[in-house]
Design a protein around this ligand. Structure first.
Ligand SMILES: *Cc1c(COP(=O)(O)O)cnc(C)c1O
Length: 435
């Protein structure tokens, strides 16, 4: 690292002993950083090919208002999106308010009273508790007499095929749910190869039952997406990977055309479906965001790898570990003390482009048992493909870390987090000449 860069890092609150400690870590993960770049290269070509094939034109970047009938920009974008993900059809809309909303549309679109949803990767993401009715809530699937069954993953983190085949014998099961990313659960994320195996298993036992995958945080991380290997539907958020940091809001559902249509009738109204829905000003950032998504995802993935390797070297439990395979951009580190968790989040916040002067403090968030600390300084409110970190204030004081629109920013944020841990006396780094 040259002197000018070291000086800049010092001005960013990152002292020399932090840089000296990080340098061999960066060298050690060089091949994995290169692999992330290779994945971005592949993803970029996928996106370019789809945009070329659908003849994306300057006219498509404009907007529609009102009902939004015949919005060629919106319709072409959905065809581009479907191609990129190996899907027949896609519904990608600003009217989908979040990832949870997209998942809820999918569940309500697919299931009818008396049907049962079967989750085969354990309990789904926390925000689905109320959608399903695991936690009683107004308007839940349970209120519509839609049942829920669950097959947990095995202790090794794989699908429990015996249990799944048993559950599939219930003819009321009409939809299988898989969550690719671990969310806030202590389990490994599921690779696309594992998802392919599970989808084949379900289809063999119950050809009539579609498999939907919560694809949040997974897009562009691996060479293939779940819809390219047998999943019937994928669902996700545009303020995560596929929005490339530019989509200001939105979510998507993609997969088999007949199923996507069912979801579209739920999003708007029976009889209307995807024909309706003004694009307002989102066509341009949707296209441009998707164009950037492969490199933005690679930046976030490199940040996750670096954080894993850096904190593992300090002796912290990092998941996934620096050598483990990855299928999403989430990284967790068990920081062991409240002081270390707060210091980590202070560092991420201090390195943010927006609200860098704010000090994150733990607070009692609705719906959580313990106070939660969060660090985020994002251009798009709540965007977690931008550099962000959060964690519940309980043993083992795990920080969940994700995002970074550029690799230099992700790197600076992680280095600053370590600087804050060192300043708080949570870790002791050797002086620069000895590391
Ligand atoms: C983020 C996320 C969701 C929910 O998305 P929101 O946009 O926060 O509603 C669902 N599942 C997984 C795995 C996620 O990471």
């Amino acid at each position: 690292m040259n002197e000018e860069l070291k000086k800049r890092y010092e001005r960013a609150g990152i002292p020399r002993e932090v840089l000296a400690f990080a340098e061999p870590v960066l060298e050690a993960i060089e091949p994995r950083l290169a692999a992330a770049d290779a994945a971005a290269e592949l993803g970029q070509l996928k996106v370019l090919e789809a945009m070329r094939a659908e003849r994306v034109a300057a006219d498509h970047l404009g907007e529609s208002t009102g009902y939004g009938y015949d919005d060629a920009g919106r319709d072409t974008f959905e065809r581009v999106f479907a191609r990129v993900f190996g899907a027949e059809k896609a519904l990608v809309r600003a009217q989908i308010a979040s990832g949870t909303h997209a998942l809820a549309i999918c569940l309500f679109g697919m299931l009818r009273p008396g049907d049962v949803m079967l989750a085969i990767s354990g309990k789904p993401y926390d925000t689905l508790d109320e959608v399903i009715g695991i936690v009683p809530a107004t308007g839940s699937l349970a209120e519509y007499e839609i049942g829920y069954a669950q097959a947990d993953l095995t202790p090794e983190g794989g699908f429990d095929f015996d249990r799944i085949s048993m559950e599939l014998r219930d003819p009321s099961v009409k939809l299988v749910h898989i969550q690719r990313s671990r969310g806030y659960a202590h389990r490994p994320s599921l690779t696309v190869a594992q998802i392919a195996e599970a989808a084949a298993f379900v289809h063999e036992h119950r050809p009539d039952v579609p498999v939907m995958v919560d694809n949040c945080y997974g897009e562009f991380v691996e060479e293939k997406e779940p819809t390219e290997v047998g999943a019937d539907l994928i669902v996700g958020s545009l303020i995560k990977n596929p929005g490339g940091g530019l989509a200001p809001t939105g979510g998507y559902i993609a997969g088999r055309a007949d199923l996507v249509d069912k979801c579209a009738y739920r999003l708007t109204a029976p009889g209307l479906g995807g024909e309706l829905g003004a694009s307002l000003g989102v066509n341009r950032p949707f296209y441009q965001g998707l164009f950037l998504a492969p490199t933005v995802t690679a930046a976030a993935l490199k940040g996750a790898l670096f954080a894993s390797a850096l904190y593992a070297k300090l002796g912290y439990g990092a998941s996934p570990g620096p050598l483990e395979p990855r299928t999403d951009v989430i990284q967790s580190v068990d920081l062991n003390t409240p002081g270390a968790l707060c210091a980590f989040c202070r560092g991420i916040q201090a390195a943010a482009p927006v609200d860098s002067f704010v000090e994150p403090i733990p607070w009692d968030m609705p719906g959580y048992q313990d106070p939660v600390i969060m660090a985020a300084g994002a251009f798009i409110s709540g965007s977690s493909i931008e550099l962000s970190a959060d964690g519940p204030m309980r043993v083992p004081y795990t920080v969940f870390f994700q995002g970074g629109l550029t690799w230099p920013h992700a790197k600076a944020g992680i280095l600053r987090s370590l600087a804050e841990l060192a300043a708080a006396g949570e870790v002791r780094l050797p002086p620069p000449e000895f590391s």
